[in-house]
Write a protein that binds this ligand. Sequence first.
Ligand SMILES: Nc1ncnc2c1ncn2[C@@H]1O[C@H](COP(=O)(O)OP(=O)(O)OP(=O)(O)O)[C@@H](O)[C@H]1O
Length: 233
Amino acid sequence: MELTVDRLTKQFKNKIAVDRVSLTLRPGVCGLLGANGAGKTTFMRMLCGVLKPTSGTVTFQGQDVSTEEYRKNLGYLPQDFGYYPEFTGRDFLIYLSVLKGMDKRSARNRSQELLETVGLEEKGKKKIKTYSGGMKQRLGIAQALLNRPKILVLDEPTAGLDPKERVRFRRLLERLGKESIVLLSTHIVSDLERIADRILLMQDGRLTFDGPLESVGEQLEEFYLEKFGEDDL
Ligand SMILES: Nc1ncnc2c1ncn2[C@@H]1O[C@H](COP(=O)(O)OP(=O)(O)OP(=O)(O)O)[C@@H](O)[C@H]1O
């Protein structure tokens, strides 16, 4: 199972946000690190087919990112995920499941299962407007998992999670990474320690490091500062 990115580039007017990024992703948890504006969100949006690249390709098992087949395999949590405040968490998940083509019964079952997976079973019947930031984030992760995706793209999923939620999140990702390709972005280095098997560093649109967590050494934070230079932060 491989997701192949080949010389992926995005240019906005005179700004090259992503510059000829090539890589192959396999099952496991891959952490994408980069300072603000490094190009992480732009890169992920192209991986999810919501932004058209200027050039380059993204394919999964030979299927182009623009195809329905590709999308069926994809789960995405965007950075600016829109919630419906008046919906309950459960109804929100059911609603999205039906939009994805599930029948009502499967939608209800899957939604309940996912509320349990992300630890929101008790909150499922409460309106989203009563949720904390971390709870909304967990609901966002749940919606990304509705279709049992083989590719899971999470843009800053750890934002707003408290320490207990982080542990739960890490366990969930560990489980998901065994079978799926999981890519998550963050600019918080410590979020990736003990979560990611592989680390990618983006700087000014370019991929400046791609390697296993072990090659970074014990001190991911120091490594990051060394690569980026403290001025970039
Ligand atoms: N729609 C757009 N039009 C013009 N420039 C854009 C657009 N989207 C992003 N950019 C620019 O592309 C660069 C990369 O932005 P991007 O949001 O991908 O970075 P990021 O690494 O996700 O940052 P952050 O950590 O702040 O989310 C930035 O310079 C940004 O200003």
